[in-house]
Each structure stands twice: as structure tokens, then as C-alpha cells.
Design a protein around this ligand. Structure first.
Ligand code: ADP
Ligand code: ZN
Ligand code: MG
Length: 684
């Protein structure tokens, strides 16, 4: 027989003597904090333990349940010796291990790991509310000769199902056992689901998930959307073992021992010294911005401004926190609205391949949580889960949303907050949470009438309300018009299909690293010169608004904020520490292109941004008031105003038939008028 090793003793020696690089006792500080603040957990770096005693470390990782119990019991004794009141107030202690070497990818979890300590990495996608779980039940033996109360199960803790004993541990007789809930020991308990990170998923596959259980002081230390590194023991679900015994198919879950949230979003893109050298070399090119734009979806012909906008979004500006702790986003949100078949989806697909931490989804969303977040009820267990949607999962990165016009109703409300404040608040089924959604949005949508109609406003063309449209910094419209360029388009597509080299572009891997590098390290500051330029442009545009009596609002402070972000993005594209005059000029230029593209005449200031977004310019609003007046007057003499008569009256006022039809339709929708009988209206 092997000689019994006293692991508890070795462990105490370890925490008493282990020194860090600077020669300081590494774990004494934590021990003091545990005593002072009645903390329940001691976190140990597994590598330290391994270097101290290989045998203990190896035994621990292969037989974690038994060994952890020995070590935790011994630690409790140790702490009570130092402070006798500790064990009165703190009933159990936990040893939490980090940095364990057995890192298993979610795709490779196999039965070999059952009952072993493993480490997995992923995104926390779902979380239940915190519940109370029975750790040790107290039963009473109802046999009149006994009537003793005892804790159950005696050694380990309760599994998933409370099972009464068959024989009394006190008197050794069978009988009736009564569960005593008030004396039973509980622990905080929470179930979460960890999912593979999108960047490690093989293309075209569904993400793998693993259920995990957090207990005690680990509950609520993480939130959906967090990227986590988890250490835990892989266990078999007990209920499945009992109920599906004959099938012999078991579900596993991870009983979590420690969980760390990874803060550094961009460390996921590995940049070597050699890469860094190449990146800095590229940045020296005076044409670097053009080079980057040309490298966005090079197989797509033309659409330069759209590629430029996508590049700007990929780099984005610098987020700021004001003294009153309001946060202003640095992310540049871009929307492409366009006719079918104009390569919108292709451009988006490309963006998702170069963006760091990219989440690609469609407006409908690939999960129940959609674009923001949702509380969902699981069919099998009936558990409620808070589930993170695309913008939360893309926190710190880029959310790419195709067919955004197909967005679900719930998302239409929540996306306003997600795009501006960059949080998602949810309160439903007892779950109250605020999740981070600091993501750049690159979206595309199809026109609601099949084709984009230039004569109409954006909101008339796409199934999105003006409030959502106004959250985009840049909107571009892609109209498929046959013409002069068809020759080049055709030869470009044919070249791509015959895999002939297109142009000299930055390889996609390097571009991705370049973007990650800029997002991580470059936070350019506005120079006075750049500031002045942006300010002058803003003031000038606002002045045009007040010149005409119609006073349209050409741009709003939102566009000024967008201009600042865009200027910063141009500086970031060249890895510059400062936003110079040139960056500001470029920003103003692309903003002009955007405004003109959507139909605003920047020079004369004829149409305002409000018209473009809402389709209701001041003059249209006046037309509406006029038509409403006509309806009111006509319906006083007869019981309702006939459409025919309204049109005749309106034409006398210079409003044509098609406008009247549209206005009536709008007014009915917004509840200003109602139809009392066919083609006859009354004011509400
Ligand atoms: P959308 O999402 O706008 O409906 P897709 O991205 O699905 O369009 O594009 C349809 C097809 O047409 C794709 O195969 C795309 O490569 C091709 N295509 C459209 N416009 C261009 C273009 N300008 N250059 C190269 N290919 C194009
Ligand atoms: Zn008994
Ligand atoms: Mg498409």
C-alpha cells in the first residue's frame, strides 16, 4: 500500500511559504483579507502549486473532488486557528484555481474528462437568475423511538435531486424521513451557458455550448456577453443518469471552480513582433488610407464610398467619458441601403472577416436573443435565462447585421439604447440586468418597395423608423442603375471569376492585424486646427438653416459628433497620434458625400436632414396641416369629407393628387383622421 500523504499539511506549508518574484509571501495577503473581510475564497495560481509540489498539483487536477475537500477542510482549520470567530461566521471556504494547464476547447470535451479539472474559454451567452440550492439537507427520522435529526448526505454535498435516506444513520432503522427546510443548508446557485467564441468556430458550423454551474461567491460575478476563462470539474447530470439509465446517454456540465473575465478584447488577435514591423511599415505609406479602402472587398467593383465608410467603421473613433461620467461612443455606425444584388451582403461578409471580435448576423437574429438581449424560457427545464444578443456578444468589437430591416419588434425598441448608450437594459421574469454593448454596427438593408426610390425619403424607403436611422453616422444608398460602368463591372466580375489578380491589396490577415493594432493602441487627439475646421463647417451648415424662411435643419449636433469620430478614424487608419487638418477635411468630405447621396443639397441648403430621415419637411408638414384643415371644413357641412372633394380643394391650394393620397394615408396611420365610410374622412 502506498504511504498516505498529508496533502492538507503540504498545502498549508505552501500558502505559508510560497514567495513571488519579488521574494514576498504571495498568499499571505489573501489570507489576511479573508480574515478581515470574512471572504470565503482563496485563489491559487495552479502553476505556483505545481512548482511547489508536483505530486499535490497532479493529484489535485486528476482527483479534484476528493483533494479539494481535504484542502478546503484543512484551510478552514488553519483560518479558525488564526481567528476562532472565523468559522462561526463563515461556514465554508473555497479554493479557487486559475491557470490550470488542461485547457480543453468546447469542441473537444469528451468523457475522458469526467470528474477531472479542466479549463475552457468562451463567451457567456446565457444566465439564469440566482437561486438557492440545497447543499446539505436536514431530515428527521419520524420513527417514534428515534425522532433524531441529521444532515444528509453525510460526506459529500447534495446532488441535483434531494433523495431521502433509506436507513436512518442514527438508529440504523428504516422508516419515514421528514425534510426540515429551515435547518437545511443552502448555497447561492446559478446556471450559465458558455459558447465557443466566433473566431474559433469552423466556418459554417453551429457554435458548441456547455452548461456550467456557479455557486456561492461566484454567482453574478459575470454577465452575458463576457468573454470568460473558466476552470471547473466536468460532471454528469445526475437526473439524466437516473431517468435515462437505459439509454445510457449522459449530459455533462461544468461545476465551476473559478471564472475570470478577459478584459482585453483585442488580445484575441495575435500580433507578433514581425507583424508589428509590417504594420508600422504600411502606415508610413502616404496613400495608406486609399490602400486600406482598396483592400476592403477587392472582388467587388466600384462602391468606393461604401468601402470607405466600412473602413471607417472598422477603425472607428475614440470613446470619451465626460466629467459627469457620461460616455460618448467612439464607434462609427454605418448603414448601407440598396437594391437587391448590389453586393451589400458580400461587402458585409468581407467586413466580418477582417473585423476583430466580429459577430455576423441578420436582422432576424440567429438566436432568440436577436440583436440585443432577451429573457427566454428553456423548454426542457422551464428555467428562465437571460440571453445575450448580437450587439452584446460583439461588445468591444463589431456587430455586422445584414437585412437589418427585418429586425424583430423587441429589438426595435432596445436597439436605440444599444447604439447610443451602448448598453442593453432588460427587466423581465424577475431578471433585471444592464449589459454592455460597446460595438460598432455595420448594417445593410433592402428597400421596402423592392427598389430604392430616390424621390422619397430614407424612412419611406426602408422599414426602419427615423429614430434608428438617426443613430447611424453614415448612410449610403446603392442604386443599381445600368449604364456606362457596366463594361468595367462585367470585366471586373469576369476577372474575379477567372481568379486573375485584381490590384495590389493588403492581404486579409495583415489587414485584420492592422485594424486590431489601431483599435488597441491608437487614440488620436484632435488638434486645434482640426477642431476649428469641424466647428466652422458645423456653424456654416447651421447658418444655412436659418437663412431661408423655411429654416430647414441641415445638420444636428449628432452629425458634429459623427464628424469628430470620422476624423479620428482617418487618423487611426494612418496610425497617427493626432487628428490633423487633413483628417478633418476628409471627414467633412465624406459627410458631404453622405448628405448629397441621400438628397441634401449642401450648397443651397434646400432640403434638411429631417426631411431625409422622416420624409416630413417643414413644407410637407404645412401641406399636411392644410389638408387636415380642408377635411375639417368639408366635414362640418356633410358628415365626412369625400376624397374627391378633398383632392379638388387641395389642388386649388397647389397640392397635387398623389401628395394628398399620401398625406391622407399618413394621417390615418398616425391617427389624425379616420375613415367613416369608404373614401370619406373625418378629423379625430
Ligand atoms: P445584395 O446583398 O446587395 O442583395 P449580394 O451581396 O448577394 O447582393 O450580391 C449578389 C452577387 O452579385 C454577388 O455574387 C456579388 O459578388 C455580385 N455583384 C454585385 N455587384 C457587384 C460588383 N459591383 N462587383 C462585383 N460583384 C458584384
Ligand atoms: Zn432513527
Ligand atoms: Mg443581401
Amino acid at each position: 500500500m502506498e504511504q498516505q500523504v498529508d496533502y492538507g499539511e503540504i498545502f498549508i506549508e505552501f500558502i505559508n511559504t510560497f514567495k513571488d518574484d519579488k521574494g514576498k509571501l504571495k498568499y499571505q495577503q489573501q489570507i489576511n483579507e479573508m480574515l478581515a473581510y470574512r471572504k470565503k475564497s482563496l485563489t491559487i495560481d495552479f502553476q505556483d502549486l505545481f512548482s511547489f509540489n508536483e505530486n499535490l498539483a497532479n493529484t489535485l487536477i486528476n482527483n479534484p473532488k476528493e483533494i479539494l475537500k481535504i484542502l478546503e477542510d484543512r484551510l478552514m482549520n488553519y483560518l479558525s486557528e488564526l481567528d476562532p470567530n472565523y468559522s462561526q461566521e463563515v461556514h465554508n471556504v473555497n479554493i479557487r484555481l486559475t491557470n490550470i494547464p488542461r485547457v480543453v476547447s468546447l469542441r473537444k470535451i469528451r468523457s475522458d474528462y469526467i470528474d477531472k479539472l479542466i479549463s475552457v474559454e468562451g463567451i457567456l451567452v446565457k444566465q439564469t437568475p440566482v437561486k438557492e440550492r440545497v447543499k446539505k439537507a436536514v431530515f428527521k427520522h419520524m420513527n417514534p423511538d428515534c425522532l433524531q435529526e441529521f444532515e444528509w448526505p453525510p460526506d459529500e454535498e447534495m446532488g441535483e435531486i434531494i433523495e431521502a435516506p433509506t436507513v436512518c444513520p442514527v438508529c440504523n432503522k428504516a422508516g419515514l424521513f421528514k425534510f426540515i427546510p429551515e435547518k437545511t443548508k443552502y448555497t447561492d446557485w446559478q446556471k450559465v451557458v458558455i459558447q465557443e467564441r466566433p473566431e474559433e468556430m469552423p466556418p459554417g458550423q453551429l457554435p458548441r455550448q456547455l452548461e456550467a454551474v456557479l455557486e456561492d461567491d461566484l454567482v453574478d460575478t459575470v454577465r452575458p456577453g463576457d468573454r470568460v476563462k473558466v476552470v471547473g470539474i466536468l460532471e454528469v447530470k445526475q437526473d439524466t443518469q437516473v431517468k435515462r439509465g437505459s439509454k445510457a446517454v449522459f449530459d455533462v456540465y461544468l461545476k465551476v471552480n473559478s471564472i475570470e473575465v478577459s478584459q482585453k478584447a483585442l488580445d484575441e488577435v495575435f500580433i507578433s513582433e514581425d507583424d508589428e514591423r509590417k504594420i508600422k511599415e504600411l502606415a508610413k505609406d502616404p496613400w495608406i488610407r486609399e490602400k486600406i479602402i482598396a483592400s476592403i472587398a477587392p472582388s467587388i467593383y466600384g462602391h468606393w464610398e461604401i468601402k470607405e465608410a466600412v473602413a471607417l467603421a472598422l477603425f472607428s473613433g475614440v470613446p470619451k467619458t465626460l466629467p459627469d461620467s457620461t460616455r460618448i461612443r467612439g464607434d462609427i455606425h454605418v448603414l448601407i441601403i440598396g437594391d437587391p444584388g448590389t453586393a451589400k451582403s458580400q461587402i458585409l461578409q468581407f467586413a466580418s472577416r477582417v473585423a476583430p471580435r466580429a459577430i455576423y448576423t441578420t436582422g432576424k437574429g440567429s438566436t432568440a436573443a436577436g440583436l440585443t438581449a432577451a429573457v427566454v424560457r428553456e423548454k426542457g427545464t422551464g428555467d428562465y435565462y437571460l440571453e445575450a444578443g448580437a450587439l452584446v456578444l460583439a461588445d468591444g468589437g463589431v456587430a455586422i447585421i445584414d437585412e437589418i430591416d427585418k429586425m424583430k419588434e423587441e429589438d426595435r425598441v432596445a436597439i436605440h439604447e444599444a447604439m447610443e448608450q451602448q448598453t442593453v437594459s432588460i427587466a423581465k421574469a424577475g431578471i433585471v440586468a444592464k449589459l454592455n454593448a460597446r460595438a460598432t454596427v455595420i448594417a445593410a438593408g433592402n428597400p421596402k418597395l423592392g427598389r430604392y426610390i430616390s424621390e422619397r425619403s430614407i424612412s419611406d424607403n426602408i422599414n426602419l423608423p427615423p429614430t434608428i436611422l438617426s443613430r447611424f453616422d453614415l448612410i449610403f444608398i446603392l442604386i443599381d442603375k445600368p449604364g456606362e460602368e457596366d463594361q468595367q463591372l462585367a470585366s471586373h466580375i469576369l476577372d474575379v471569376h477567372s481568379s486573375r489578380n485584381i490590384r495590389d491589396v493588403i492581404p486579409i490577415d495583415l489587414l485584420k492585424k492592422y485594424i486590431a493594432y489601431a483599435r488597441k493602441y491608437i487614440q488620436p487627439k484632435l488638434t486645434d486646427e482640426a477642431k476649428k475646421l469641424l466647428q466652422d463647417f458645423f456653424v456654416e451648415m447651421r447658418k444655412k438653416s436659418t437663412e431661408s424662411p423655411d429654416s430647414p435643419i441641415l445638420i444636428t449636433p449628432r452629425q458634429l459628433e459623427a464628424l469628430i469620430r470620422i476624423s479620428e478614424a482617418y487618423a487611426k487608419m494612418a496610425l497617427k497620434p493626432e487628428v490633423t487638418r487633413e483628417d478633418a477635411e476628409r471627414a467633412i468630405n465624406i459627410m458631404r458625400i453622405f448628405l448629397e447621396n441621400v438628397g441634401i443639397d449642401v450648397e443651397s441648403g434646400k432640403i434638411d436632414i429631417d426631411t431625409i430621415m422622416t420624409g416630413k419637411p417643414k413644407s410637407a408638414r404645412e401641406k399636411m396641416m392644410k389638408v387636415l384643415e380642408i377635411i375639417d371644413t368639408l366635414s362640418t357641412s356633410t358628415e365626412c369629407a369625400k376624397l374627391k372633394d378633398i383632392i379638388k380643394e387641395a389642388q386649388g391650394e397647389g397640392i397635387d393628387k398623389s401628395s394628398v393620397d399620401k398625406l391622407i394615408n399618413d394621417m390615418r396611420k398616425s391617427g389624425l383622421i379616420y375613415e367613416t365610410k369608404p373614401e370619406c374622412y373625418k378629423k379625430v
